[in-house]
Design a protein around this ligand. Structure first.
Ligand SMILES: [Zn+2]
Ligand SMILES: [Zn+2]
Length: 658
């Protein structure tokens, strides 16, 4: 009897018994396990399925997701699809019990399960069963990730090229009995569901059927590609269309008028009605989302703070720029917290510390309300070349002091990181050496969670390793990063591991040792890292790697890395020439500028013409941002003599941050 017939017969039998084999994922041709007693933990033996994936009859979305993902990953590993069945079936062979099946309690006692936190999980082998069960919605999915980890499967970035799944004929799990919990309660890197789940992250916002394990409302939807931000949520809480016509006084007074610029303008902090309305809308969110972890209230980006007399009176005189509006901001945050507390006494509200309200107010009488949690931005004034607790890095010494200051106000501190920098223009961002030190340190000072900007417009190749290492450490701050990296080079680059390790390490070392404190901003700072010597080394690494690679997928990864190297070489050359031009005079200056403009415009045209070649590396948007265009315009103005009378360094005017 063929496989299909066996399947149909089995399907009919159990349908009659009112217990349906769950639908097979991706139409895999799974057959029921043949009766027999199989060795403990043996799931697939020489291409034959010996185990069934078992889900509860009324499986939740998460249990269903976990079962199908496990089936899919094991299929990719072995070419064998394990059957998925409901827990009311009599099943042959070994079983993988997903979540709350009828059989789970025989392996894990109800007391043990009751002690699991919502993201904790147990993975246990006992006799014919492997139990994969979480304390809540997501723990069961993470328990499957435990199996992937054990079997050597890794996802270094989302998409096919990030996937490293070993090819096996036999799958056997030995001596499995673990209980795990995450090191941080918020772990948020990007929005890809599969990638996040397999790396045990918890703030994925893009699946309506599965709310995030750590729920924050509202979040900010930015850009067309669905990138989701943690900050600047004010507009969602007091939307213009609902309030402006009747209450223009809720919004910032700018140049004598109540501003309608919804992307920039802030609220009128001194107006007590603003706090009442914001709290009312936050309360609505709590009622709609009873399991919410954090409400989220922070101002829009940029300027346009209220200029009304009452707001000005809330500000402190003679304070540095980065606490200029801290006092007025805290007063509004506190009023909102006091209002909400009347209905929800313990509900935490996440507030923002950033830009000109980064520090708590100098006025120590203005303390944060007990229900406020804060997210602090590791922003432009700080450094990612060196760890936060590196005392020899003055910007980060100050950043650590900023965290310490906030710790006097709240024990609920979250960090907003830049493990991908928008203004780094897709260039390699070699900060693994910083992340390796930072995340365990953050754990030691009780930071509650971390969000990072990630994968802007899909520009992943320059920063994917940062996100991967961060994901590992956020789950387990004791993870051995050197081990993670040893494994990464081997799995991801195969025979090309040695030269590609040199590629990554060259950049990591250069950033750590180039003598600058690095906040990002490619036009201003990229030349410190991508020197002519460094670029020559990188190109040699790529050449050597390409000559060694024999595996098709490794070749495709190297193609991306080669394209990234070539793009970096060209763009860094533009930035270097521009810096050199400042020090040159006469014809030499003109030549350097002409060359920089020529290379830049050629690259711009090439990115527009060949988007496929630059996929994941650069894009039309990246090459046409206002600040990039402004940089070229400045150089052109020099050449036509419009700015010859100006100071030399006006060529290097600060770049806009975008
Ligand atoms: Zn005002
Ligand atoms: Zn530094």
């Amino acid at each position: 009897m063929g496989k299909l017939h066996v399947f149909i017969l089995f399907f009919l039998m159990i349908t009659l018994a009112d217990c349906v084999v769950a639908e097979n994922c991706q139409g895999y041709d799974a057959v029921p396990v043949v009766p027999g007693k199989y060795p403990e933990g043996l799931l697939i033996d020489n291409g034959v399925a010996l185990a069934t994936i078992v889900v509860p009859k009324d499986a939740s979305f998460a249990e269903d997701y976990a079962a199908k993902d496990l089936q899919k990953v094991l299929y990719k590993m072995t070419g064998v699809a394990l059957p998925i069945a409901n827990d009311c079936n009599e099943l042959n062979g070994n079983r993988i019990l997903i979540g709350s099946t009828q059989q789970t309690d025989s392996v894990v006692s109800p007391t043990e399960r009751a002690n699991l936190g919502k993201e904790d999980y147990l993975a246990r082998l006992s006799g014919r069963d492997i139990v994969l069960v979480g304390g809540g919605y997501y723990g069961t999915i993470y328990a499957c990730a435990e199996i992937y980890e054990l079997l050597g499967a890794r996802w270094y970035m989302s998409g096919e090229l990030g996937e490293c799944i070993p090819k096996l004929d036999t799958v056997r799990i030995n001596n499995l009995d673990v209980r795990r919990s995450p090191s941080f309660k918020m772990r948020w890197i990007g929005g890809n569901l599969n990638w996040s789940m397999r790396n045990r992250l918890n703030c994925v916002q893009n699946n309506p059927e599965m709310p995030p394990a750590f729920t924050i409302k509202p979040v900010q939807q930015i850009w067309d590609d669905g990138y989701i931000g943690l900050f600047h949520t004010q507009q969602d809480l007091l939307p213009d269309e609902q309030y402006f016509a009747n209450h223009p006084e809720y919004y910032a007074l700018v140049d004598g008028k109540r501003s309608t610029n919804i992307n920039l303008r802030k609220l009128c902090n001194s107006n007590p009605a603003v706090a009442i309305e914001v709290a009312k809308n936050l309360a609505k969110l709590v009622r709609e989302n009873p399991n919410i972890d954090l409400l989220n209230f922070s101002p829009t980006d940029g300027w346009e703070h209220c200029e009304c007399e009452q707001c000005r009176k809330l500000d402190e005189p003679n304070v540095p720029q980065d606490r200029r509006y801290s006092r007025r901001q805290m007063i509004l945050y506190n009023r909102v917290a006091e209002e909400l507390e009347k209905q929800f006494p313990d509900q935490k509200i996440l507030i923002g510390a950033y830009h000109i309200y980064a520090w708590p107010p100098k006025d120590t009488s203005v303390k944060a309300h007990k229900n406020l949690a804060v997210v602090i931005c590791h922003y432009e004034d700080y450094c990612l070349a060196h760890p936060t607790n590196d005392p020899s890095c003055p910007p980060n010494k100050r950043y650590l002091e900023l965290i310490r200051q906030w710790q006097k106000h709240t024990s609920n501190i979250f960090l907003y990181e830049y493990y991908a920098k928008g203004n780094w223009r897709g260039l390699p961002w070699p900060i693994v050496h910083t992340i390796e030190k930072d995340i365990p340190f953050y754990h030691s000072i009780n930071i509650a969670g971390l969000y990072t900007q990630w994968d802007f417009s899909g520009l992943i190749w320059g920063n994917f390793l940062d996100g991967y290492v961060a994901a590992k450490l956020l789950w387990d701050h004791t993870a051995d990063v050197q081990e993670i990296l040893d494994e990464f080079y081997k799995k991801f680059y195969g025979r090309a591991a040695v030269p590609m390790r040199r590629w990554h390490e060259t950049l990591e070392k250069q950033l750590a040792n180039c003598g600058v404190h690095m906040p990002g901003n490619a036009p201003r700072n990229a030349h410190y890292i991508f020197t002519e010597k460094v670029m020559k080394n990188l190109k040699q690494c790529i050449k050597k790697a390409v000559s060694l690679a024999n595996d098709d997928i490794v070749k495709r990864r190297l193609e991306r890395m080669a394209a990234l190297t070539e793009y970096t070489d060209k763009l860094a050359n533009v930035f270097r020439l521009r810096k050199q031009a400042v020090k040159l005079e006469g014809q030499e200056k003109i030549k350097a500028l002409e060359k920089a403009i020529h290379i830049f415009e050629e690259l711009q045209r090439d990115v527009d013409k060949n988007p496929g070649h630059y996929e994941g590396i650069s894009s039309h948007i990246t090459m046409h941002t206002r600040s990039m265009q402004r940089m070229v315009d400045q150089m052109k103005k020099y050449l036509v003599g419009k700015q010859l009378e100006q100071k030399k360094d006006s060529l290097l005017a600060d770049e806009e941050i975008d």
